[in-house]
Write a protein that binds this ligand. Sequence first.
Ligand SMILES: *[C@@H]1O[C@H](CO)[C@@H](O)[C@H](O)[C@H]1NC(C)=O
Ligand SMILES: *[C@@H]1O[C@H](CO)[C@@H](O)[C@H](O)[C@H]1NC(C)=O
Ligand SMILES: *[C@@H]1O[C@H](CO)[C@@H](O)[C@H](O)[C@H]1NC(C)=O
Ligand SMILES: *[C@@H]1O[C@H](CO)[C@@H](O)[C@H](O)[C@H]1NC(C)=O
Length: 783
Amino acid sequence: MEARGDSFLRQRQVLFLFVFLGVSLAESESRRYSVVEETERGFLIANLAKDLGLGVGELAVRGAQVVSKGNRQHIQLNHQNGDLLLHEKLDREELCGPTEPCVLHFQILLQNPLQFITNELQVIDVNDHSPVFLEHEMQLKLLENTPPGTIIPLGNAEDLDVGRNSLQNYTVTPNSHFHVLTRSRRDGRKYPLLVLDKALDREEQPELILTLTALDGGSPPRSGIAQVHIVVLDINDNAPEFTQSLYEVQVLENSPINSVLVTVSASDLDTGNLGTVSYAFFHASEEIRKTFQLNPITGDIQLVKYLNYEVMNTYEVDIEAKDGGGLSGKTTVIVQVVDVNDNPPELTLSSIASPIPENSPETVVAVFSVSDPDSGDNGRIMCSIESNLPFNLKPSEENFYTLVTNGALDRESQAEYNITITVSDLGTPRLKTQHNITVTVSDVNDNAPAFSQTTYTLRVRENNSPALHIGTVSATDRDAGANAQVTYSLLPPRDPHLPLASLVSINADNGQLFALRSLDYEALQAFEVRVGALVRVLVLDDNDNAPFVLYPLQNGSAPCTELVPRAAEAGYLVTKVVAVDGDSGQNAWLSFQLLKATEPGLFGVWAHNGEVRTARLLSERDAVRHRLLVLVKDNGEPPLSASVTLHVLLVDGFSQPYLPLPDVAAAEARADPLTVYLVIALASVSSLFLCSALAFVAVRLCRRSGAASGGGCAVPEGHFPGHLVDVSGAGTLSQSYRYEVCLAGGTGTSEFKFLKPIIPSGLVGRRPKGEGERERISCRLCA
Ligand SMILES: *[C@@H]1O[C@H](CO)[C@@H](O)[C@H](O)[C@H]1NC(C)=O
Ligand SMILES: *[C@@H]1O[C@H](CO)[C@@H](O)[C@H](O)[C@H]1NC(C)=O
Ligand SMILES: *[C@@H]1O[C@H](CO)[C@@H](O)[C@H](O)[C@H]1NC(C)=O
Ligand SMILES: *[C@@H]1O[C@H](CO)[C@@H](O)[C@H](O)[C@H]1NC(C)=O
């Protein structure tokens, strides 16, 4: 309630009132009173009479009144005692807002004489307002990688009070990440700044709620609060991480397709797409991709192909998990395939010798190997045969076994054995394989023929007719086949004087005895005939001789060269490859084949007869010299072969008939120039004979071409390699044949034929030397 003088203000006030009232002021004096806002009505501001130095009744007499601006009457004057009272409660913020100081002006008007007294009432602020935030909730979104030190402006609060009572300071609830700075604008308003002190981590704390408090400077201070909701935004700062760095699974090799072997799982702390994980094989081999399937979403590893322990027993599968931001993690899955006894043992027969000859000592009958791809006991193998057989199984190297006879076998007691080889593994369940082999025992001539009776007594009558069947003896042989073919013959009589050969004869085949002449009881009452039984043994041919080329000769210093006139027609007979084979029957059948030629397509070789012919017309463009390689193959099993090189020279001239005829046949041949027959005698017994015969042919063939080419040809001498020279072994007889082979030349359509033997039987060696005539003529016409 103190009055303060201020001349400057007073002058302004004077001027103001002068305009306001339209009256000039002679005298003015300004007094200032003060009242605290919100003070109750009726509050005594001052005693005006006292302040003006007037008596108590004088104010009323002079008609004093309070004049305020506007209609609001803040102050009231008591005329009786001169008290200046507060007419209503004052609100500083309403009257002045932010203006400080808040001063209300009023005049005391005195009449008689007229006097204006200017007064001021200062309304003093009290801290009756709290700071108030415009937004009570604020939301902030911050990336988790926002660097510490970052400053974020926050919404400010307002406090209607002024001076010390106005907003002074902002604070935030204590936390480890932020603090708040208070800053002032140019107009003095204060605003808060949020400062990040420590890096955020969404994965640790995805959001923070801070209470921002605005404080004023009143006493006591007042405050306002607001919630600051801070949402930490994710960045892809976390890679997917597998729950296990290594997964180990054991899988039975017979696991069904589509079975899920294992599920891998990775997690990513990030959110949304950044934390969404997908799985994929990492650098997986083709084999792994074909065997397993990985569900990219669930991480299930499924089997898509049957496992096979024997092929692959461990898979190491690298798997990658990737998040939406491209970060990845890895794990390894070891799939161990567990063996299942899914393979029966296998038996591979390498060789089998059957038949095996009887009476032989311990003999290897079969060699076989056993295997089982399973492992452990599943792959451990046992091998056995029936115990009641005269055979043994002997383990040999590695997994090989031999089946051997216990000792000599006797065909006559058992000619055939069925042997079951059982191979079983020790797995669970036990798997086994059986292999049956039949071993036959071949016969050896170890049994002599035995007569049904040791003695036969034959009664037959005297004066019989000659050739009377007087009885039959019979012998059997326990051997088989040829070894059992019995031939009967009469043995020399005990009594050397008995003319047995004139008395009886025996049919060698069936043992029937015949009287050769009429017997005379009176001359001969009884006689004794000794009969012997014999077994013949045959030797069978084997393809043990390769074909041997007789013509053209390959060994000569100057090879035979065939001359072919360029004018020759297609089909012209160039030459003929002649070859022999020491074997017999099919083993000696030969076929010919052109293996190589200087000019393919120009010459052809007849498969069956070895004839070499032109295949087309010759031309000037064809080379002069040609070389042909011809293969000669026999029909044995396996076939054996030989090859021969032919040299052909093309000369200018005309077609001529092939083969000059041997002198002896020249005349006949000229009669039929188109057909020339060549007879080759093949004798498998006497190679000497064969040599000379074939040498003859060769000489004839060579002489012609040799003469034409001017070169000489060698002629084979001595035994041909591989030829059967001596087939007579102990107790064996041999059969020998000569075959007549007719070759039709000139037409190109003739065929190679095996004809009947021309010397049906007999040993060549047995012939008297004088009969060599036919043997030397080995080449003749057979028209
Ligand atoms: C604001 O408040 C803080 C915390 O209460 C205090 O440390 C600081 O001194 C105050 N600042 C002012 C200007 O009052
Ligand atoms: C062997 O087996 C064959 C065929 O099964 C049969 O015909 C033959 O009689 C058997 N031989 C023996 C000696 O058991
Ligand atoms: C092997 O022989 C046995 C006995 O004779 C027979 O039971 C089995 O079926 C035969 N096995 C084969 C594979 O032929
Ligand atoms: C070649 O001929 C010579 C004699 O002319 C003979 O000694 C040799 O064995 C023959 N060679 C062949 C492979 O026929």
